[in-house]
Design a protein around this ligand. Sequence first.
Ligand code: G4P
Length: 534
Amino acid sequence: MPADPAAEAARRRTFAIISHPDAGKTTLTESLLLAGGAIHLAGVVAARGQARRTKSDWMKIERERGISVSASVMTFEHAGLVFNLLDTPGHEDFSEDTYRTLTAADSAVMVLDAAKGIEPQTLKLFEVCRLRDIPITTFINKMDREAQDPFALLDEIHSKLAMDTAPMYWPAASGQRFAGMLDLVRDEFVPFRRLEAGEQGFASQERQRRGANNFLNGIADDVRAELEETSELARQGLPAFDINAFREGHLTPVYFGSALRRFGVLELLAGLAEHAPSPKAQKALIKGGAAEVAPSREDVTGFIFKIQANMDPKHRDRVGFFRICSGRFQRGMTLKTAAGKGFNVHNPLMFLAQEREIADEAFPGDVIGIPSHGGLRVGDSLSQSGDVVFQGIPNFAPEILKRVRVRDPLKQKHLRKALEALGEEGVTQVFKPVHGGDLVVGAVGALQFDVLDERMKAEYGLEVIFETSPYQAARWVSAESRADLEAFVDKSKAQMAEDVDNAPVYLGKSAWEIGYVQERNPKVRFSAAKERAA
Ligand code: G4P
């Protein structure tokens, strides 16, 4: 009996971790993988420094652990469930990659440093989750260090993110005095013990029940009194967990712990198992009509949310990361874009962290890597039928625009080709001004230009020069009537460009100018995000 896609989808938890750099995302990832049995060692995280910042944090784990992590998704099984943990790039710089990865996640874990609370990047990433109504579970990390008052932390989440906070546990002090946490749902105490140097796994999780004679045993009197008082206040003054409010993105369950000391991580994982959503129906167009694609749908469908060049830079083949939305994928299947282009998937890459045979099938919520020699694009919808186009996998308007030239003028043609190829991967966006002149490349973060520069050199042998462009903003333009659009494009030629799909883009000299032009052209829509039709 082949496995049923709906039942398999129900036991999938596909999530991403969002955090500000240094809050502990890498350490938590490692701890979760350890809890899921995906890796067998845990220890110090690599030396810090600029070099590792530009790499995926998982590549770091891969180097240190000698395990094969394909840098984009880690799959592990725990408690009868399949967890797919999606990697979001860990550096300061904010890239479209991160946005797009979140389109493939069904929920997110927000990691906060207990001493710092909400930091700028947490906020940005949170906004993306909110756009997509992704439920968020909060993990307040580093309780083994001096932390802010837990009420102040929850208050900050509440006021900055406009979300209710439901503590699932309540900490007994922090830093040197950190003694453990009270399970507010079961009214049990989980004592904290520092792992011995070199100790494997997790500290044994003895649970002390209220009423039993070991309850709050072994913790200092002042910490005990403080815990009894503050946990009671928390219970009375803060919302209780409500699954619907969580699923709708209005409430976040809050866990406390220390990723480094591997404390609170099993509890977080249990919380994800119990409450985090499994894949749900996704909005799509089927043969042009609005529809929802449920995981139980027989047609295998999904979308490409990321494209990565192969590890070997001499080969141009790429891997498209395909998030499955419905059906039972089997190796060897042919998947088609809505434009009818077929991809025979003989060698899907599966990202199982645990040692086991390579899977030949995959289900909704899973991510498989589809190798191709080009032709696959970020945002492409693929299905067996070729009928389905998913909605809402946007390209974001770049925040930085630069003119690009190649040092050797004879290589102008190569430049365009290379930029387009890297554009397909989503490294940058490329705009061709309609009146000619240098190509304009756009990126959401400054680091993307460094990556572009590096890769142009290494993979295409091109020395490129970036120059300031007169433009500061790009907007995709559209209109109800073709004539209105053409009239606008015609009179704005000097500032019009085309993207890789030849879609018209208006290049503005400032956000103010865009506002002004927009006001004067009410029939034209100016859009900061373009949803790609496959
Ligand atoms: P990131 O991926 O979010 O950028 O953070 P990462 O996990 O790399 O953690 C950042 C720093 O915080 C690291 O220390 C890490 O060891 C530390 N850390 C993470 N979780 C905890 C925790 O629960 N408690 C404590 N005390 N520290 C924690 P580092 O010294 O900056 O780097 P390293 O030299 O240890 O690699």
